[in-house]
Design a protein around this ligand. Structure first.
Ligand SMILES: *Cc1c(COP(=O)(O)O)cnc(C)c1O
Length: 358
C-alpha cells in the first residue's frame, strides 16, 4: 500500500519544510533579529520563563498576555488572539474563513505560506501579481478580485519586496468589497512609526492585523504571534484553534517581552540605520538592483544570483535567501539586516563575487 494514495487529495505534493539551512558563520537568511538584545530585556524574559510551573496546562487564550497586547494597541482584550507564531494564525484564518467557494486573494511575490495554507485548506488562491519591476500593486485589479473573495491578505511591509501597503488601498478594500482584509504586519516595527493599521481595527470589523514577536523582538524561537481583529473573528479562531498551542513558557516570555519592549527601541533603530547602509552599498555594486525596504531585509537582484548565493555560503560561510527560482523574483536574493559587522562582511563578499561572476 502506498500511504500517499490515502492522503487527502488537497494535500498531495506537500513535502516537509526544509529551509535548506546550512550552519554558517553568518545567517542572514530568515529575517531574524541577530543583534545582541539588551541585558535588562533578556534578564526580564529569562526570569519570567524560570518562574513558570510546567505541570499545569496553559491558559488557552493567554489572558494576561492578551491583556498586555490589547493595552499596547489601545484595543480591548476581546480584539486580540494569540497564536503559535503568526503562521498558526494564518493557517487558522484559512481554515476558518476559506474552503471551497471562499477564495483568498494575495499580491505575490509575497509570503509563500499564504498560498500553501490556502491549498491545504482547499481554498482557491487568486493572485494579483505585482508590477515585475517596481513591485507596486495594481489597486483596481486587487479591488476587483477582492469583490469575489472571502479573504484578502496584504503584507505591510511585504516579504520579500520590503514595501508598505498604502492605507488608502486598505480603505478601498474595506469600502468597496465585503471581504475580510488581513494586513500582515510581521515587520512593521522597522517601518516609520504610525505605519501600523492596528488602530483602525476597532472601527472596522472586517479589518485584521497580524503581528509577531519573531522579527523585531528577536524571539523567533518562542513562536508567538497575534492577531488584532473584531471580537467575532477572535472568538471564531478561539473556537477552532488547538487549545494549548501557545505553551506556558512562550506566554511568560512574550508577556515579559511586551512589558519591556521599550528596551528594544535602540536595537530596532540600529537595524533601520544598518538597512540604509546595506541597501546603499549593495545598490552601488555594478549590475545589482536593490529595492527600497521598510523591513529588516533588502531584496537585491544580482547577476548570477544562484551561484553567488552558493559561493557566499561555501566560501564565506554567509547564508542569504535565494529567490532566484521564484516567479517574479528571478535573480533575486533576500538579505536580512544583521549587525554592523555581519552587514560589512556580506557587502565585502558579495561585491567580490558579483565582480567575478559577471
Ligand atoms: C515571519 C513572517 C510571519 C510570521 O512568522 P512567525 O514566526 O510564524 O510569527 C508572518 N508573515 C510574514 C510575511 C513573515 O515574514
Amino acid at each position: 500500500m502506498n500511504v500517499l494514495d490515502r492522503v487527502r487529495p488537497a494535500l498531495a505534493g506537500f513535502e516537509p519544510y526544509d529551509p535548506a539551512f546550512t550552519p554558517c558563520r553568518i545567517n542572514l537568511s530568515a529575517n531574524e533579529n541577530t543583534h545582541e538584545l539588551p541585558e535588562e530585556f533578556l534578564a526580564a524574559v529569562r526570569a519570567a520563563m524560570a518562574r513558570v510551573p510546567l505541570n499545569r496546562y496553559p491558559d488557552p487564550m493567554s489572558g494576561e498576555l492578551r491583556g498586555a497586547l490589547a493595552e499596547r494597541h489601545g484595543v480591548s482584550p476581546r480584539h486580540v488572539c494569540v497564536g503559535n507564531g503568526g503562521d498558526e494564525l494564518l493557517f487558522n484564518l484559512l481554515f476558518a474563513f476559506g474552503g471551497p467557494g471562499h477564495a483568498l486573494v494575495t499580491c505575490p511575490p509575497d509570503f509563500a505560506e499564504y498560498a500553501n495554507f490556502a491549498k491545504m485548506c482547499e481554498t482557491e488562491c487568486v493572485a494579483v501579481w505585482r508590477d515585475p519591476r517596481t513591485f507596486s500593486i495594481d489597486v483596481d485589479a486587487l479591488v476587483a478580485a477582492a469583490r469575489e473573495a472571502a479573504l484578502v491578505i496584504v503584507t505591510s511591509p511585504n516579504n520579500p519586496t520590503g514595501d508598505l501597503v498604502d492605507p488608502a488601498l486598505v480603505a478601498r478594500l474595506l469600502d468597496e468589497t465585503d471581504a475580510l482584509v488581513l494586513v500582515d504586519e510581521a515587520y512593521v516595527e522597522f517601518a516609520p512609526s504610525g505605519s501600523s493599521m492596528a488602530g483602525l481595527v476597532a472601527q472596522n470589523p472586517r479589518l485584521m492585523v497580524l503581528r509577531t514577536l519573531s522579527k523585531a523582538f528577536g524571539m523567533a524561537g518562542v513562536r508567538l504571534g497575534y492577531l488584532v481583529a473584531d471580537p467575532a473573528v477572535v472568538d471564531m479562531l478561539g473556537a477552532i484553534r488547538q487549545i494549548y498551542s501557545v505553551d506556558v513558557v512562550a506566554q511568560a516570555a512574550a508577556l515579559a517581552a511586551i512589558r519591556n519592549r521599550a528596551l528594544l527601541e535602540p536595537v530596532v533603530e540600529d537595524i533601520v540605520t544598518e538597512r540604509g547602509l546595506l541597501a546603499e552599498r549593495l545598490g552601488a555594486i555594478d549590475g545589482v538592483t536593490v529595492w527600497p525596504s521598510e523591513a529588516n531585509f533588502v531584496l537585491a537582484r544580482v547577476p548570477g544570483a544562484s551561484v553567488v548565493r552558493a559561493r557566499l555560503r561555501d566560501e564565506h560561510s554567509i547564508l542569504v535567501r535565494d529567490f532566484s527560482y521564484a516567479r517574479g523574483l528571478e535573480g533575486c536574493l533576500r538579505i536580512s539586516v544583521g549587525t554592523h559587522d555581519e552587514n560589512q562582511a556580506v557587502i565585502r563578499a558579495l561585491s567580490a563575487l558579483v565582480k567575478e561572476e559577471s
